[in-house]
Design a protein around this ligand. Sequence first.
Ligand code: SF4
Length: 388
Amino acid sequence: MCPSYRATGEENASTRGRARMLQEMVRGEAVRDGWRSTEVKDALDLCLSCKACSSDCPVGVDMATYKAEFLHQHYKGRLRPRSHYSLGWLPRTSALAGYAARPINALLRGPVGKLLARLGGVTTKRRIPAFASRRALRKALRAAKTAEPAKAVLFVDSFTRAFRPEVAGAASRVLADAGIACAPRDGLCCGLTWVSTGQLNVARKIMARTVAALDGDDRPIIVAEPSCAAALKRDVPELLGTEAAQRVASRVQTFTGALTDLADQDWSPPPLPENVVLQTHCHEYATFKGRRPADLLRRLGVRGVDEAEGCCGLAGNFGFEAEHYETSMAVADLALKPRIDHLDGRTVVADGFSCATQIDHLADGRDIRALHLAELLDPAADQTGETS
Ligand code: SF4
Protein backbone atom coordinates (compact mmCIF):
# COMPACT_ATOMS: atom_id res chain seq x y z
CA MET A 1 0.00 0.00 0.00
CA CYS A 2 2.46 2.68 1.12
CA PRO A 3 4.65 3.60 -1.87
CA SER A 4 7.54 4.95 0.17
CA TYR A 5 7.67 1.70 2.16
CA ARG A 6 7.42 -0.39 -1.00
CA ALA A 7 10.22 1.63 -2.59
CA THR A 8 12.59 1.71 0.39
CA GLY A 9 11.61 -1.40 2.36
CA GLU A 10 12.25 0.56 5.56
CA GLU A 11 9.88 0.37 8.50
CA ASN A 12 10.30 4.05 9.36
CA ALA A 13 9.16 4.90 5.82
CA SER A 14 5.92 2.99 6.32
CA THR A 15 2.50 4.21 7.44
CA ARG A 16 2.87 2.15 10.62
CA GLY A 17 6.29 3.60 11.42
CA ARG A 18 5.03 7.15 10.95
CA ALA A 19 1.91 6.51 12.98
CA ARG A 20 4.10 5.15 15.78
CA MET A 21 6.24 8.32 15.76
CA LEU A 22 3.16 10.54 15.90
CA GLN A 23 1.81 8.45 18.75
CA GLU A 24 5.09 8.91 20.64
CA MET A 25 4.91 12.65 20.00
CA VAL A 26 1.39 12.85 21.44
CA ARG A 27 2.42 10.75 24.49
CA GLY A 28 5.40 13.02 25.06
CA GLU A 29 7.62 10.30 26.58
CA ALA A 30 10.08 9.03 23.94
CA VAL A 31 9.53 12.15 21.80
CA ARG A 32 9.62 15.18 24.07
CA ASP A 33 9.74 18.20 21.78
CA GLY A 34 6.21 17.89 20.39
CA TRP A 35 5.44 19.63 17.10
CA ARG A 36 9.05 20.86 16.92
CA SER A 37 10.40 17.30 16.83
CA THR A 38 12.91 16.68 14.04
CA GLU A 39 12.55 12.92 14.57
CA VAL A 40 8.88 13.11 13.66
CA LYS A 41 9.63 15.46 10.76
CA ASP A 42 12.18 12.95 9.45
CA ALA A 43 9.71 10.09 9.81
CA LEU A 44 7.18 12.01 7.75
CA ASP A 45 9.72 13.25 5.22
CA LEU A 46 9.34 10.41 2.69
CA CYS A 47 5.54 10.33 2.92
CA LEU A 48 4.32 11.29 -0.55
CA SER A 49 0.91 12.43 0.80
CA CYS A 50 -0.61 10.03 -1.71
CA LYS A 51 -3.58 9.24 0.59
CA ALA A 52 -3.39 5.51 -0.20
CA CYS A 53 -3.42 4.74 3.52
CA SER A 54 -6.62 6.76 4.00
CA SER A 55 -8.47 4.36 1.73
CA ASP A 56 -6.55 1.07 1.99
CA CYS A 57 -5.42 0.99 5.61
CA PRO A 58 -7.95 -1.07 7.60
CA VAL A 59 -7.94 1.51 10.43
CA GLY A 60 -8.18 4.45 8.03
CA VAL A 61 -4.96 6.27 8.97
CA ASP A 62 -4.84 9.40 6.85
CA MET A 63 -1.14 10.20 6.96
CA ALA A 64 -1.35 12.93 4.31
CA THR A 65 -3.66 14.93 6.58
CA TYR A 66 -1.47 14.28 9.63
CA LYS A 67 1.62 15.35 7.70
CA ALA A 68 -0.04 18.59 6.58
CA GLU A 69 -1.02 19.39 10.18
CA PHE A 70 2.44 18.46 11.46
CA LEU A 71 4.20 20.69 8.90
CA HIS A 72 1.76 23.49 9.72
CA GLN A 73 2.59 23.27 13.44
CA HIS A 74 6.28 22.48 13.01
CA TYR A 75 7.03 25.57 10.91
CA LYS A 76 4.68 27.96 12.69
CA GLY A 77 6.50 31.31 12.93
CA ARG A 78 9.67 29.86 11.36
CA LEU A 79 11.34 29.81 7.99
CA ARG A 80 10.24 26.85 5.91
CA PRO A 81 12.10 24.71 3.37
CA ARG A 82 12.50 26.69 0.15
CA SER A 83 10.31 24.28 -1.80
CA HIS A 84 7.36 25.16 0.41
CA TYR A 85 7.50 28.65 -1.07
CA SER A 86 8.44 27.77 -4.65
CA LEU A 87 6.04 24.85 -5.03
CA GLY A 88 3.45 25.70 -2.39
CA TRP A 89 2.75 29.06 -4.02
CA LEU A 90 2.80 27.67 -7.56
CA PRO A 91 -0.87 28.47 -8.28
CA ARG A 92 -0.04 32.15 -7.70
CA THR A 93 3.30 32.30 -9.53
CA SER A 94 2.06 30.21 -12.45
CA ALA A 95 -0.92 32.54 -12.91
CA LEU A 96 1.52 35.45 -13.24
CA ALA A 97 3.83 33.44 -15.53
CA GLY A 98 0.94 33.04 -17.97
CA TYR A 99 1.25 36.76 -18.88
CA ALA A 100 4.75 36.23 -20.30
CA ALA A 101 4.80 32.47 -20.84
CA ARG A 102 7.02 32.39 -23.90
CA PRO A 103 10.04 34.35 -22.57
CA ILE A 104 9.69 32.73 -19.14
CA ASN A 105 9.66 29.23 -20.64
CA ALA A 106 12.69 30.08 -22.78
CA LEU A 107 14.51 31.40 -19.70
CA LEU A 108 13.62 28.36 -17.59
CA ARG A 109 14.97 25.96 -20.20
CA GLY A 110 18.48 27.40 -19.85
CA PRO A 111 20.97 27.88 -16.98
CA VAL A 112 18.70 30.46 -15.33
CA GLY A 113 16.09 27.72 -14.92
CA LYS A 114 18.63 25.50 -13.15
CA LEU A 115 19.70 28.35 -10.91
CA LEU A 116 16.10 29.20 -9.99
CA ALA A 117 15.35 25.52 -9.37
CA ARG A 118 18.31 25.29 -6.96
CA LEU A 119 17.24 28.46 -5.20
CA GLY A 120 13.71 27.08 -4.88
CA GLY A 121 14.84 23.70 -3.49
CA VAL A 122 13.66 22.01 -6.67
CA THR A 123 15.53 19.18 -8.38
CA THR A 124 17.47 20.12 -11.51
CA LYS A 125 17.03 16.57 -12.82
CA ARG A 126 13.54 17.35 -14.08
CA ARG A 127 12.42 19.69 -16.81
CA ILE A 128 10.23 22.47 -15.44
CA PRO A 129 6.84 22.10 -17.16
CA ALA A 130 6.13 24.83 -19.71
CA PHE A 131 3.62 27.49 -18.67
CA ALA A 132 0.67 28.07 -20.96
CA SER A 133 0.02 31.61 -22.11
CA ARG A 134 -3.02 33.64 -21.12
CA ARG A 135 -3.95 33.56 -24.80
CA ALA A 136 -4.03 29.76 -24.79
CA LEU A 137 -6.16 29.87 -21.66
CA ARG A 138 -8.59 32.38 -23.18
CA LYS A 139 -8.85 30.22 -26.31
CA ALA A 140 -9.55 27.11 -24.23
CA LEU A 141 -12.16 28.91 -22.14
CA ARG A 142 -13.86 30.20 -25.28
CA ALA A 143 -13.91 26.62 -26.56
CA ALA A 144 -15.31 25.48 -23.23
CA LYS A 145 -18.42 27.67 -23.56
CA THR A 146 -21.46 26.02 -25.10
CA ALA A 147 -24.63 27.51 -26.49
CA GLU A 148 -26.77 25.11 -24.46
CA PRO A 149 -27.86 25.96 -20.92
CA ALA A 150 -25.14 24.73 -18.57
CA LYS A 151 -26.10 21.74 -16.43
CA ALA A 152 -22.80 21.75 -14.57
CA VAL A 153 -19.85 23.96 -13.64
CA LEU A 154 -16.45 23.11 -15.08
CA PHE A 155 -13.95 24.14 -12.38
CA VAL A 156 -10.78 25.27 -14.18
CA ASP A 157 -8.18 24.32 -11.57
CA SER A 158 -4.77 25.96 -11.22
CA PHE A 159 -2.82 23.15 -12.94
CA THR A 160 -5.12 22.95 -15.94
CA ARG A 161 -5.15 26.75 -16.15
CA ALA A 162 -1.38 27.12 -15.93
CA PHE A 163 -0.04 24.14 -17.84
CA ARG A 164 -2.64 22.50 -20.07
CA PRO A 165 -5.67 24.71 -20.68
CA GLU A 166 -6.45 22.62 -23.75
CA VAL A 167 -7.70 19.95 -21.32
CA ALA A 168 -10.46 22.34 -20.20
CA GLY A 169 -11.54 22.78 -23.83
CA ALA A 170 -11.48 19.01 -24.45
CA ALA A 171 -13.34 18.31 -21.18
CA SER A 172 -16.13 20.72 -22.05
CA ARG A 173 -16.52 19.25 -25.55
CA VAL A 174 -16.72 15.71 -24.17
CA LEU A 175 -19.17 16.71 -21.46
CA ALA A 176 -21.38 18.59 -23.95
CA ASP A 177 -21.22 15.55 -26.25
CA ALA A 178 -22.36 13.39 -23.31
CA GLY A 179 -25.28 15.74 -22.57
CA ILE A 180 -23.63 17.64 -19.70
CA ALA A 181 -23.12 21.14 -21.03
CA CYS A 182 -20.84 23.07 -18.67
CA ALA A 183 -20.11 26.66 -17.73
CA PRO A 184 -16.35 27.08 -17.15
CA ARG A 185 -15.36 28.71 -13.85
CA ASP A 186 -11.87 30.17 -13.86
CA GLY A 187 -9.83 32.09 -11.26
CA LEU A 188 -10.44 29.83 -8.24
CA CYS A 189 -8.16 27.38 -6.46
CA CYS A 190 -8.69 24.39 -4.16
CA GLY A 191 -5.63 25.26 -2.02
CA LEU A 192 -4.01 21.85 -2.45
CA THR A 193 -0.39 22.99 -2.79
CA TRP A 194 -0.66 24.92 0.49
CA VAL A 195 -2.17 21.85 2.17
CA SER A 196 0.56 19.48 1.02
CA THR A 197 3.25 21.89 2.22
CA GLY A 198 1.47 22.42 5.52
CA GLN A 199 0.65 26.11 5.00
CA LEU A 200 -2.82 25.60 6.36
CA ASN A 201 -3.67 29.21 7.25
CA VAL A 202 -3.17 30.27 3.64
CA ALA A 203 -4.98 27.14 2.41
CA ARG A 204 -8.01 28.00 4.54
CA LYS A 205 -8.19 31.55 3.18
CA ILE A 206 -8.02 30.35 -0.42
CA MET A 207 -10.54 27.60 0.22
CA ALA A 208 -12.97 30.01 1.91
CA ARG A 209 -12.85 32.31 -1.11
CA THR A 210 -13.50 29.38 -3.44
CA VAL A 211 -16.38 28.07 -1.36
CA ALA A 212 -17.99 31.52 -1.26
CA ALA A 213 -17.73 31.75 -5.05
CA LEU A 214 -19.16 28.27 -5.70
CA ASP A 215 -21.88 28.07 -3.05
CA GLY A 216 -25.48 29.07 -3.84
CA ASP A 217 -25.85 26.81 -6.86
CA ASP A 218 -26.83 23.17 -6.97
CA ARG A 219 -25.21 22.13 -10.23
CA PRO A 220 -22.43 19.54 -10.16
CA ILE A 221 -18.89 20.93 -10.08
CA ILE A 222 -16.73 18.93 -12.48
CA VAL A 223 -12.97 19.10 -12.02
CA ALA A 224 -10.60 17.84 -14.72
CA GLU A 225 -7.59 17.60 -12.37
CA PRO A 226 -8.24 14.70 -9.97
CA SER A 227 -6.02 16.01 -7.15
CA CYS A 228 -7.95 19.31 -7.11
CA ALA A 229 -11.24 17.40 -7.21
CA ALA A 230 -10.08 15.37 -4.20
CA ALA A 231 -9.00 18.52 -2.32
CA LEU A 232 -12.38 20.15 -2.93
CA LYS A 233 -14.18 16.98 -1.94
CA ARG A 234 -12.28 16.14 1.20
CA ASP A 235 -9.71 18.70 2.35
CA VAL A 236 -11.94 21.76 1.94
CA PRO A 237 -14.76 20.57 4.26
CA GLU A 238 -12.24 19.09 6.71
CA LEU A 239 -10.21 22.28 6.98
CA LEU A 240 -13.07 24.79 6.87
CA GLY A 241 -15.63 22.77 8.81
CA THR A 242 -18.52 24.89 7.51
CA GLU A 243 -21.86 23.90 6.05
CA ALA A 244 -21.09 25.89 2.90
CA ALA A 245 -17.90 23.86 2.43
CA GLN A 246 -19.91 20.64 2.86
CA ARG A 247 -22.46 21.80 0.31
CA VAL A 248 -19.78 22.63 -2.24
CA ALA A 249 -17.90 19.37 -1.58
CA SER A 250 -21.06 17.33 -2.08
CA ARG A 251 -21.36 18.69 -5.64
CA VAL A 252 -17.78 17.89 -6.68
CA GLN A 253 -17.20 15.24 -9.34
CA THR A 254 -14.12 14.06 -11.14
CA PHE A 255 -14.26 13.96 -14.93
CA THR A 256 -14.67 10.17 -14.70
CA GLY A 257 -17.37 10.51 -12.05
CA ALA A 258 -19.34 12.99 -14.15
CA LEU A 259 -19.28 10.72 -17.19
CA THR A 260 -20.15 7.70 -15.04
CA ASP A 261 -23.10 9.35 -13.27
CA LEU A 262 -24.42 12.10 -15.50
CA ALA A 263 -23.81 11.16 -19.15
CA ASP A 264 -26.81 10.57 -21.40
CA GLN A 265 -27.74 6.90 -21.64
CA ASP A 266 -27.27 6.90 -25.40
CA TRP A 267 -23.92 8.76 -25.35
CA SER A 268 -21.16 6.99 -27.16
CA PRO A 269 -17.64 8.35 -27.47
CA PRO A 270 -15.59 8.51 -30.65
CA PRO A 271 -13.65 5.36 -31.63
CA LEU A 272 -11.13 4.47 -28.94
CA PRO A 273 -7.89 2.50 -28.96
CA GLU A 274 -8.16 -1.18 -28.01
CA ASN A 275 -5.44 -1.07 -25.41
CA VAL A 276 -4.29 1.64 -23.04
CA VAL A 277 -1.84 2.01 -20.19
CA LEU A 278 -3.56 3.89 -17.39
CA GLN A 279 -2.16 5.77 -14.42
CA THR A 280 -4.94 6.71 -12.00
CA HIS A 281 -4.08 9.64 -9.75
CA CYS A 282 -3.65 8.35 -6.19
CA HIS A 283 -5.94 11.05 -4.72
CA GLU A 284 -8.66 10.04 -7.17
CA TYR A 285 -8.16 6.40 -6.20
CA ALA A 286 -8.43 7.23 -2.50
CA THR A 287 -11.25 9.77 -2.61
CA PHE A 288 -13.60 8.69 -5.40
CA LYS A 289 -13.96 4.98 -4.84
CA GLY A 290 -16.43 3.37 -7.21
CA ARG A 291 -15.75 5.97 -9.91
CA ARG A 292 -12.64 4.54 -11.51
CA PRO A 293 -11.22 5.64 -14.86
CA ALA A 294 -10.36 1.95 -15.54
CA ASP A 295 -14.02 0.90 -15.15
CA LEU A 296 -15.20 3.76 -17.34
CA LEU A 297 -12.70 2.93 -20.08
CA ARG A 298 -13.74 -0.74 -20.05
CA ARG A 299 -17.41 0.24 -20.20
CA LEU A 300 -16.66 2.45 -23.17
CA GLY A 301 -15.14 -0.48 -25.01
CA VAL A 302 -11.39 -0.34 -24.34
CA ARG A 303 -10.52 -4.04 -24.14
CA GLY A 304 -7.12 -3.92 -22.53
CA VAL A 305 -6.70 -1.47 -19.65
CA ASP A 306 -3.27 -2.02 -18.15
CA GLU A 307 -3.37 0.02 -14.95
CA ALA A 308 -0.18 1.00 -13.15
CA GLU A 309 -1.13 0.37 -9.55
CA GLY A 310 -0.36 2.95 -6.90
CA CYS A 311 1.33 6.32 -7.04
CA CYS A 312 3.35 7.54 -10.05
CA GLY A 313 6.00 8.80 -7.62
CA LEU A 314 5.74 12.49 -8.42
CA ALA A 315 2.84 13.26 -6.10
CA GLY A 316 2.60 17.02 -6.56
CA ASN A 317 5.49 18.81 -4.92
CA PHE A 318 7.14 15.63 -3.55
CA GLY A 319 9.00 14.45 -6.65
CA PHE A 320 10.06 17.98 -7.57
CA GLU A 321 11.79 18.51 -4.22
CA ALA A 322 15.52 18.03 -4.68
CA GLU A 323 15.89 15.70 -1.68
CA HIS A 324 13.01 13.47 -2.82
CA TYR A 325 13.95 12.89 -6.45
CA GLU A 326 15.53 9.46 -5.90
CA THR A 327 12.57 8.17 -3.87
CA SER A 328 10.17 9.56 -6.45
CA MET A 329 11.93 7.59 -9.18
CA ALA A 330 12.12 4.46 -7.02
CA VAL A 331 8.32 4.68 -6.58
CA ALA A 332 7.90 5.10 -10.35
CA ASP A 333 9.96 1.91 -10.81
CA LEU A 334 7.31 -0.09 -8.92
CA ALA A 335 4.60 0.00 -11.59
CA LEU A 336 4.64 2.95 -13.96
CA LYS A 337 8.15 2.85 -15.42
CA PRO A 338 8.01 -0.80 -16.56
CA ARG A 339 4.81 0.00 -18.46
CA ILE A 340 6.26 3.11 -20.08
CA ASP A 341 9.34 1.10 -21.04
CA HIS A 342 7.19 -1.59 -22.68
CA LEU A 343 4.38 0.38 -24.24
CA ASP A 344 4.26 -1.57 -27.50
CA GLY A 345 2.39 1.26 -29.17
CA ARG A 346 -0.34 1.53 -26.55
CA THR A 347 -1.90 4.88 -25.68
CA VAL A 348 -1.08 6.28 -22.25
CA VAL A 349 -3.87 7.84 -20.20
CA ALA A 350 -3.29 9.89 -17.05
CA ASP A 351 -5.68 12.57 -15.80
CA GLY A 352 -3.39 13.87 -13.07
CA PHE A 353 -0.97 16.62 -14.09
CA SER A 354 1.65 15.11 -11.76
CA CYS A 355 1.23 11.68 -13.34
CA ALA A 356 1.46 13.12 -16.87
CA THR A 357 4.59 15.05 -15.86
CA GLN A 358 6.18 11.92 -14.41
CA ILE A 359 5.33 10.00 -17.59
CA ASP A 360 6.93 12.76 -19.66
CA HIS A 361 10.06 12.46 -17.49
CA LEU A 362 10.09 8.65 -17.78
CA ALA A 363 9.69 8.91 -21.56
CA ASP A 364 13.18 10.44 -21.53
CA GLY A 365 12.97 11.97 -24.99
CA ARG A 366 10.83 9.23 -26.56
CA ASP A 367 7.68 10.39 -28.33
CA ILE A 368 5.30 9.47 -25.53
CA ARG A 369 2.66 11.82 -24.19
CA ALA A 370 0.03 10.92 -21.63
CA LEU A 371 -3.47 11.96 -22.61
CA HIS A 372 -6.09 13.21 -20.21
CA LEU A 373 -9.24 11.13 -20.50
CA ALA A 374 -10.91 14.25 -21.90
CA GLU A 375 -8.39 14.34 -24.75
CA LEU A 376 -8.93 10.64 -25.41
CA LEU A 377 -12.72 11.07 -25.58
CA ASP A 378 -12.67 14.44 -27.35
CA PRO A 379 -15.09 14.30 -30.29
CA ALA A 380 -12.86 16.85 -32.04
CA ALA A 381 -9.85 14.53 -32.06
CA ASP A 382 -9.13 11.09 -33.43
CA GLN A 383 -7.39 9.06 -30.77
CA THR A 384 -7.43 5.69 -32.46
CA GLY A 385 -3.88 6.18 -33.65
CA GLU A 386 -0.85 5.22 -31.64
CA THR A 387 0.79 7.82 -29.45
CA SER A 388 4.21 6.27 -29.32
S1 SF4 B 1 0.04 9.05 2.42
FE1 SF4 B 1 0.94 7.52 1.01
S2 SF4 B 1 3.18 7.68 1.34
FE2 SF4 B 1 2.17 8.71 3.10
S3 SF4 B 1 2.01 7.08 4.66
FE3 SF4 B 1 0.06 7.08 3.51
S4 SF4 B 1 0.39 5.51 1.92
FE4 SF4 B 1 2.43 6.04 2.72
